[in-house]
Every structure is written in structure tokens, then in C-alpha cells.
Design a protein around this ligand. Structure first.
Ligand SMILES: [Zn+2]
Length: 276
């Protein structure tokens, strides 16, 4: 369809044992051009090989998707719920997840991946010690990304303004706030006074609310290609579909596209990643 030069989905999980290249083709068919592929936890690896195998798989998927014609970014890193996996395996989650961060950093430094994520806190209420351990891991990741100038993607619980402001001050103790974004944010979060970049699920309602807020944001599907749970997530072609909606609804659509598909992602990840 070629609606616009760049149609970018900021957060997608695609797996070899999911819909894999079928999902990529579906995205292209509706006019998608670029996506950020984030590792999806698959707990069938042993704790000791976990991150090595997970990152390797994710990078292979991103290379195949890229060969299928999509401009891809690759995001790797420990997922907050990995904590429970290591703990139930009798391992120290903080130690294992910090190792996972170190490994991700060296892979990103070598040029085989582009960003760190998804790092942060479980999205449901957890015991105090789990939350504070998650924060130790997050602070470790922020420091590491600071040292290596790597963009970091947060996964957290839904937050009110106070939560975002607390998170912003935590980020600022370790890194620059403009190198960090929160994925799966709600469009109402855009009204808050913090400076954390938000990536919003690309439903019709959310997209309209995000545009009408006048704030900077990114669109994502958080698509998960789980054949075993169809209908759990919005379709992989949602961002290209929203581009079509924007084109039909907003007179200044070119300006909107330029902002959400180019200016903001280029600033956050670096333009060179979109020229690959
Ligand atoms: Zn997430």
C-alpha cells in the first residue's frame, strides 16, 4: 500500500514457533515497513543457557524478518517475570538477570541487537521483596545502558502520575530520561508531567486519544504470536491500519506520520537503525 515512507510498530514479539514469517508478511501486506522485535520469554531453556539461547533465537528471528523485507530493530534483555522462573528453579534471580543484562549489553555493543528491554517491574502486584529486587535489576540495567549509551525499554505495572514521577527520578539517578521509554503505556498517561516517552497500544481509541493529547508518543501492538492463545492481542497489522485511519481522519496526517514514525523513533533509537 505504501501509505508512508516509514510505518513503525515499536513493540512486537515474533517467534519461530509462533506465526513467525506469516506475521511478518501480514504486516507488510497492510503497509508496515519497520518494527522493533523484542524477545519473548520461552521458559524451555535451562536457567544457565536461558539468555544465551533466548537472545540467539530473537536475533535469528529479526534477521529472517528483515530478509522478508521489514526494517527491524532488535531488543533483548531480561523480562521482569523471568524473576519467578529463576526463583522457582532455585536460582538467585538478581544474579541471573544481571548476567542477562551483561550479555545483552555485549551483544548490542557488537551490533547484533539495538536496544535493552523489556526491563522493570512485574505488571501485577507482587511481594515487596520482588518489587525491590526488580528495582535493583532495573538500576543495574540503567547504569549499564548509561555506560554503553544504549536505549532502554521499560515494562512496568500501570502507573499514575506519581508513579511516573517517581520512576523518572529513579531513571535520572542513573541515566538520561530521554534514553528510556515505557512500553504498553495508556494514552491518559500522556497528560502526566513526567518526561518519559510512552509507547501506546495501537487500538483505534488509543491512537485518537494519543494524537489528540498533542504529546510525543509511539505506537505499538505488543503483538504476541501465540497460536495457543488466539485473540489475546491486537493483530500484527494494527499499526499500518492505524496509519490508514490517521490518513483518513487528520488533515495534518503527514505531520503526524513524520513525528510518530520518524522523528521520535529516530531520536530514540538513532536514525541509522532505520536506514539498514
Ligand atoms: Zn511488556
Amino acid at each position: 500500500m505504501g501509505l508512508y515512507r516509514t510505518v513503525f510498530d515499536n513493540f512486537v514479539h515474533i517467534r519461530k514457533n509462533g506465526y513467525f514469517l506469516d506475521a511478518a508478511r501480514e504486516f507488510i501486506k497492510y503497509g508496515g515497513t519497520s518494527m522493533n522485535i523484542v524477545n519473548f520469554p520461552d521458559y524451555f531453556y535451562t536457567p544457565d543457557s536461558y539468555y544465551e539461547m533466548l537472545y540467539k533465537d530473537t536475533i535469528e528471528v529479526a534477521k529472517a524478518v528483515s530478509a522478508a523485507g521489514i526494517n527491524t530493530l532488535t531488543t533483548i534483555g531480561p523480562y521482569p517475570l523471568d524473576y519467578f522462573y529463576f526463583r522457582s528453579a532455585g536460582k538467585d534471580p538478581v544474579f541471573y538477570m544481571e548476567k542477562g543484562i551483561d550479555m545483552a549489553i555485549s551483544i548490542i555493543d557488537s551490533g547484533n541487537a539495538d536496544a535493552m528491554g523489556e526491563i522493570g517491574y512485574p505488571h501485577f502486584p507482587v511481594a515487596h521483596d520482588v518489587y525491590s529486587d526488580s528495582e535493583i535489576i532495573l538500576e543495574y540495567a540503567l547504569e549499564a545502558c548509561h555506560d554503553h549509551n544504549i536505549p532502554l525499554i521499560l515494562h512496568t505495572e500501570d502507573m499514575n502520575e506519581e508513579g511516573y514521577l517517581r520512576l523518572e527520578s529513579l531513571i535520572k539517578r542513573h541515566y538520561k530520561v530521554n534514553r528510556v521509554l515505557k512500553h504498553h503505556a495508556n494514552p491518559c498517561d500522556l497528560k502526566f508531567q513526567d518526561n518519559i516517552l510512552k509507547s501506546v497500544i495501537a487500538s483505534r481509541k488509543n491512537t485518537r486519544a494519543a494524537i489528540n493529547s498533542g504529546k510525543d508518543f509511539l505506537l505499538e501492538t505488543d503483538y504476541t504470536d501465540q497460536k495457543e492463545k488466539p485473540g489475546k492481542v491486537i493483530p500484527v497489522y494494527s499499526v499500518p491500519k492505524r496509519a490508514e485511519m490517521i490518513k483518513n481522519m487528520y488533515k495534518d496526517h503527514d505531520e503526524i506520520f513524520h513525528k510518530i514514525f520518524e522523528l521520535i523513533p529516530f531520536n530514540f533509537y538513532g536514525k541509522e537503525f532505520f536506514d539498514k
